[in-house]
Design a protein around this ligand. Structure first.
Ligand code: V1S
Ligand code: CA
Ligand code: ZN
Length: 386
């Protein structure tokens, strides 16, 4: 069946889309920046363009307690079942970043379930690309919630991939450092983690991810040199970001030779994000997805941060179009029949920086800084070979 834009399934190429409509029912609180409703906005944009006709669409199941404890400690998921606990601050739960709310356990297990389903489709080779926009919660630790993340669905998905694939490259384009995923795999050479993020140890969460932070460097640690960090300043542009991304990732692929890629597509690196500080447009952000797709390596795409819901939906819908190879074909004008169309302000999928910000943020990333980053990465990768 074809949609009005002529979108059909690509032949010999499979994209799966994993979504649980019940995630949007959950609320972190009125003033909290994380709005699960952005997933509904994304899904409605994807559907109104007819992209669902080009993918296998799955209602994601909830992850089981046993699955959650493949990474998290046995005692940690239990207090997430808020209905059955008394609120306390154990495991960093209940503060303003990681509040306890009704249905929290279900919310977490839906997010983890969608990422695990996506990983399994990649493992069984039923998908070339699997998309789980409800996942990407990269700060959660083994026994600790952090930065709006309670369960690390990415770690769970990568552990699943490692059952079949010898090496996984984790790439994180969220504006924040992917510290939870990095930490989980510091001692293995089967996972290389690369996070691009704004870095300011004093003022920007989580304050980690310096350029020379490449994990414990003992000769007995096979994971040494397999954690790469790309610290950036405010205002980086599309051109700088895409060029840096390609320079870094091409070198990682050449030396590490990943058999699968896990890409966290946090949309808080876009211009105009409520928490982010970059000047990226959907074009620049999605160029990272395009680059990864072109590598022809099995790929999982996760969501993550993103605090201006209309821009999150634009980016993830456009990146879904990249995955199914329809980004050049879909009209930029948002379809008339898109639910909540008025929420998008400008009625285009790809607004300009002026439309988003008025005046772009000052760019504090001199070319020399970016060249130094590529040089440091090249030096780290000298220690890596597969
Ligand atoms: N930046 C930021 C920010 N804003 C908030 C916040 C604001 C209002 C609320 F009602 C509740 C929280 N928290 C933060 C950051 C955490 C950012 C997490 C990003 C997550 C991700 O996009 O990477 C992946 C989903 N927290 C902090 O900066 C910590 C504080 C130090 C300052 C803010 N207060 C509220 C908590 C402590
Ligand atoms: Ca990042
Ligand atoms: Zn973020």
């Amino acid at each position: 069946m074809a949609h009005e834009y002529g979108i059909t399934k690509p032949k010999g190429y499979n994209v799966t889309f994993h979504y649980n409509p019940n995630m949007e029912r959950h609320h972190f609180g009125q003033t909290h920046p994380m709005k699960p409703w952005r997933l509904t906005l994304t899904k409605s944009l994807v559907t109104s363009y007819g992209m669902n006709f080009a993918m296998d669409n799955y209602t994601a199941r909830t992850a089981t307690y046993e699955e959650l404890t493949n990474f998290h400690t046995n005692d940690y998921p239990t207090p997430l079942d808020v209905d059955n606990m008394h609120p306390d601050l154990k495991f960093n739960l209940g503060g303003s970043d990681c509040p306890l709310f009704e249905g929290l356990y279900d919310y977490c297990s839906m997010s983890a379930g969608s990422s695990l389903d996506a990983a399994r489709k990649i493992c069984s080779k039923q998908a070339d690309i699997a998309i789980a926009w409800g996942g990407g919660l990269h700060h959660a630790k083994k026994s600790e919630a952090s930065g709006f993340c309670y369960i690390n669905d990415i770690v769970l998905a990568i552990l699943q991939l490692l059952r079949v694939y010898p090496r996984v490259l984790y790439i994180d384009i969220d504006v924040h450092h992917g510290d939870g995923v990095e930490e989980a795999f510091l001692s293995t050479d089967r996972v290389m983690t690369v996070s691009f993020h704004k870095y300011d140890p004093n003022t920007f969460f989580p304050g980690t991810g310096a350029l020379d932070d490449n994990g414990p460097r003992s000769e007995h640690n096979p994971g040494a040199h397999h954690a790469l960090n790309i610290p950036l300043n405010d205002g980086i542009t599309d051109e700088q970001y895409s060029s840096l991304f390609e320079s870094v990732i091409s070198r990682c692929v050449e030396k590490f030779r990943p058999s699968a890629i896990a890409l966290q597509c946090g949309a808080d690196s876009l211009a105009g994000d409520r928490l982010g500080k970059f000047n990226l447009l959907v074009e620049g952000h999605s160029s990272c997805v395009e680059y990864c797709k072109k590598l022809g390596i099995p790929l999982i795409m996760f969501g993550g941060g993103g605090y201006t819901p209309r821009n999150v939906a634009r980016a993830w819908a456009y990146e879904t179009a990249v995955a199914i190879g329809q980004d050049k074909n879909i009209p930029h004008k948002i379809p008339e029949h898109t639910p909540w169309r008025e929420r998008f302000r400008q009625d285009t999928l790809l607004p300009t920086i002026e439309q988003i910000l008025g005046e772009p943020r000052q760019n504090r990333n001199p070319e020399k800084k970016l060249r130094d980053i590529v040089q440091h990465v090249t030096e780290q990768l000298r220690f890596v070979s597969h």
